[in-house]
Design a protein around this ligand. Structure first.
Ligand SMILES: Nc1ncnc2c1ncn2[C@@H]1O[C@H](COP(=O)(O)OP(=O)(O)O)[C@@H](O)[C@H]1O
Ligand SMILES: [Mg+2]
Length: 429
């Protein structure tokens, strides 16, 4: 449903951004911050005025991770805004990415392109642009970003970008945001930075914000709600990002029902006082892994786990192929072997090796977690390396065990490592 612009509400920051005249902006303006803080819609609202000021001599480019993300995030609101509120017209050819915007007596030739992979730069070589809108700029390939900037040659050319926060190791943070915040004069001549939090979007309901506050804590709260670029300090999986890697319960069921998940398998970390964690994973044909379901409880034995596996095979109407289990409880594993139809492995991978495999999956967005796996999700937020003080207290010497996370809140993380390590090293060579 397109926005009803006549009902829009504006906070101070949005007002300040919207009332700035086009010539006052530098070459590149970034609106960053929390998801749903109004970044994209603020830029969309500014576009007609910017176009009118720039004129229609050169090409205007809209980019995103892919053409379809631009369509879903930007065009879906831009087109009804221009057509229903400003009396203009937008013609878009989804196959070629060519777009023509007619507004206030001028026709603007535009192009929509995806900038998310390394070969996308080839699609924008040559030509002069006088406007560029990068939707979710950190998702663009670095080479695309550089090429795009080099195309903006006219003195009046303007670029606008929006972005959600990523790790502070990201190139956008290192090259532009951080120097800007540090007051670097050279960067400030060409770059302007607007930071938005969820509280800056007056169109969101209080209930929505309160729910978001309940959903996220720690580093994730800082990123999602306050929109900060932080490396979750010391977090083992610091690039795990719920806005990218979380799957709703419904999406999870859909994937299973549509047969998109082609193999199901488990990882089990046995405990007694420490809880036992049993994770159900799946992989699709493209090689993306999914954490589909979890069993997490203290003081449960093999019987309870076997029952859960049987229930889940019935619920999802699928057989599970194997489980890789913690080798500390051989008698439990033997029960599983005798009483389920799964192949039972007891291969405990080295912590450092399996963590780096899991990190690799996350960094390439090849690991998704269903929102029903509440405990797993909370461990992603807390599973961390010890601080220097904690290391000294534990009696570690300088470089000793530097790659070992704290052994707390790690039950699901261990089960996850067991399952993925086994699948990656045995079945995906
Ligand atoms: N000017 C506006 N008028 C009405 N609703 C708005 C406006 N700006 C933002 N919103 C609401 O806030 C939501 C998030 O805005 P959006 O610009 O997509 O956020 P972001 O790009 O920061 O994730 C929109 O889907 C819309 O419901
Ligand atoms: Mg947006």
């Amino acid at each position: 449903m397109p926005i009803k612009w006549e009902k829009s509400k504006y906070g101070e920051k949005a007002k300040r951004f919207l009332s700035k005249s086009p010539e006052e902006f530098p070459l590149l303006t970034l609106l960053d911050g929390a998801v749903r803080s109004g970044k994209t819609l603020n830029i969309i609202q500014k576009i007609p005025q910017i176009f009118d000021w720039i004129g229609n001599e050169n090409l205007k480019v809209f980019s995103g991770y892919s053409k379809s993300t631009v369509r879903n995030n930007v065009l879906i609101e831009l087109k009804p805004f221009i057509e229903n509120y400003l009396g203009g017209n937008v013609k878009y050819n989804g196959a070629t990415g060519e777009m023509e915007i007619c507004l206030w007596g001028k026709t603007y030739p535009c192009l929509v392109v995806g900038g998310g992979d390394s070969d996308s730069v080839a699609s924008i070589q040559g030509g002069t642009w006088d406007f560029w809108y990068a939707n979710e700029l950190p998702q663009h390939h670095y080479s695309f970003y550089n090429m795009a900037l080099s195309r903006l040659t006219p003195a009046y050319a303007r670029a606008f970008a929006d972005s959600n926060p990523e790790s502070s190791n990201h190139w956008l943070y290192q090259e532009k945001i951080k120097p800007y915040l540090d007051g670097d004069k050279k960067v400030r001549e060409v770059f302007e930075y607007w930071h938005f939090t969820m509280y800056d979007n007056k169109n969101l309901s209080d209930v929505f914000i309160q729910n978001q506050e309940k959903l996220y804590q720690g580093a994730f709260k800082a990123r999602k709600i306050d929109g900060l670029w932080i490396v979750a300090d010391g977090l083992v999986y610091d690039t795990f990002n719920p806005s990218k890697h979380l799957l709703s319960t419904q999406q999870t069921y859909e994937k299973i029902r549509k047969n998109e998940i082609c193999e199901f398998f488990l990882g089990i970390d046995w405990g007694w006082n420490h809880p036992t964690a049993c994770l159900l994973l799946g992989i699709d044909r493209a090689g993306t892994y999914y954490v589909l379901d979890e069993l997490y409880s203290p003081k449960i034995e093999a019987d309870r786990v076997i029952l859960w596996i049987e229930e889940k095979q019935k619920e999802y109407e699928r057989y599970f192929s194997f489980a890789n289990c913690d080798n500390a409880r051989p008698e439990q594993n033997e029960k599983l072997r005798q009483r389920t139809n799964l192949v039972i492995y007891e291969e405990k991978p080295k912590v450092e090796d399996s963590i780096s495999l899991v990190r690799g999956l996350i960094n390439y967005d090849n690991l998704m977690v269903s929102e029903i796996c509440k405990r797993t999700l909370s461990e992603f937020e807390t599973y961390r390396y010890p601080s220097e003080t904690e290391r000294q207290r534990a009696g570690y010497l300088n470089g000793d065990n530097i790659d070992l996370p704290l052994k707390v809140n790690d039950d699901c993380m261990d089960a996850l490592r067991y399952a993925l390590y086994k699948h990656l090293t045995t079945f995906k060579k």
